[in-house]
Design a protein around this ligand. Sequence first.
Ligand SMILES: Cc1ncc(C[n+]2csc(CCOP(=O)(O)OP(=O)(O)O)c2C)c(N)n1
Ligand SMILES: [Mg+2]
Length: 572
Amino acid sequence: MKGETPGDSPITAGGAIFTKLKALGVSHVFSNAGTDFPPIIEGLVEAQRRGLDLPLPVTVPHEHAAVSMAHGFYQVSGRAQAVMLHTNVGLSNGATAIINAWCDHIPMIVMSGRTPTTERGRFGARTVPIGWGQEMFDQEALIREATKWQYEIRFPEQVPELLDRAWAIANSGPKGPVYLSLPREVLCEPCPAEGISAPPRMTPVTTAPDGDAVARAARALAQADNPVIIAQRGAGGADGFAALTRFVEDHAIPLVHYWPNQIAIPMAHPMQVGADPSPWLAEADVVLALDCLAPWMPDGVKLRDDATIIQAAPDPLFGRTPVRNFPADITLAGPVGATLAALIPAVGAEPRDETRIATRRKRVAAASETSRAAVMARAEAGASAPMTKDWVSLCLGRALKGRRATVFHELGCPLQPLDLDQPDSYFQEPFSGGLGWGMPAAIGAKMADPDRLVVATVGDGSYMFANPTACHFVAEAQNVPLIVLVLNNEEWAAVRYSVQGLYPEGESKTANEVPLTSLRPSPDFAKVAEASRAYTETVTDGRDLPAALDRAIRVAEEEQRQVLLNIAIARG
Ligand SMILES: Cc1ncc(C[n+]2csc(CCOP(=O)(O)OP(=O)(O)O)c2C)c(N)n1
Ligand SMILES: [Mg+2]
């Protein structure tokens, strides 16, 4: 039955919207329904009975989780998904995750209902008091700053064209979420079937860096004595990752992963020099910032006066960020993968000073080796009871070796000891830091690519922000054998550290319990997961962790069952 044509007779709104989304390549609609949904749900059943090709409607019992699932889904698949929420209240619950998607350039089509405007006398008019309670003058204002495009549909025949436009804008660089609001009266009118299963009529826009800028950047990099690359959001996909890996090797250029939320080259690469850009920036004559919203901390870094700063990103000036004053002597606008594909051969065509490159290679490799040895030694020293996060990372990296795996990190396993070598093996929460992203994003990723081993490593605070009951429910309902590692230090350590950062000699340094940061008594997180029939273990001694991780992987893979390890972490 699947894949029938819609025919000529009109269809109820849900059928038209879902059919069109499928035609746009959307396979999942992460949804949280309400009283605005009757024409959606009715239309969906109608379309199923007509045999139309539809995306999977996924019931997600919290909106933050729903949007984050679409986020993670895109990260491993490159396919934008859709989210459907309930009026203003569902939208505001999803707003933090929409801010995350915005900050991370994740395309998605977000929709939410609009409470009926009419009070009586029309099909779809208000039927319950929330019709008055959920009305807003400007519902789109809730997410206007965090979406590329917002619109309220006025007529049912607009469904195919508006979704076409929404999809193309979301997928144009810099990518990001778009929003369409769906008033109930419009949804209650029959939708013409024309065009609802047509493929996209608008091609998303891709940009390429200016040829002259590429030539200047190539010359600067080729002539540099002390070039450095700072990478934050990977290398623009698998091809970019492979090309950049060869490039830094060939030209002996150190690469710093400063607050990365993806990796750009393998962690054990001799040109991968760790997380701290400051010693490299102090001597750098040329800096290539690769998709870096914040490439270094201006407060702690002094650049050379003659340094040339090259910024490469979809929008190298990050024009939608109000204050951001990093220098940009050369700007390379476009998808990072395409920019590297233009830049790397251009550097290769410049004259090479072999002696200079060989000397630099030795120096950088030695520094890389020293920093890696320090990271590994620190991690090894953390196999205590309770253990350190670095030890968990080291063990997890070892357990995942040789597997097709992705780690989602939200105050969970630090990157450096993880020793990953695949382009899509690691995702960290975006700089917007709207906590609660890690676990649902990992679920979305596993739904997108069920054969991949997916591990969410999250702090105990981050786990609670994720609406864990909702996430475990979805994992069970959708057969998603995700592994969750809760790195449980029974506190919001990041908040406590930030107090100590600002007041290093302050009163709170010596306080036994720092106010507003403790999460004691810690909930038994294993029981939360067991409520959805997960396999769980609580690990309190670092020496027991490797075996527990092996068991977790076996249960997830062989029993296809979700797993949670509640891991006791020492307070730092
Ligand atoms: C939605 C949201 N609320 C609050 C914060 C502020 N915040 C930043 S880190 C953090 C604590 C995270 O705790 P946890 O996940 O346990 O990691 P830990 O710091 O203990 O390693 C909080 C509350 C935030 N980033 N996002
Ligand atoms: Mg914590």
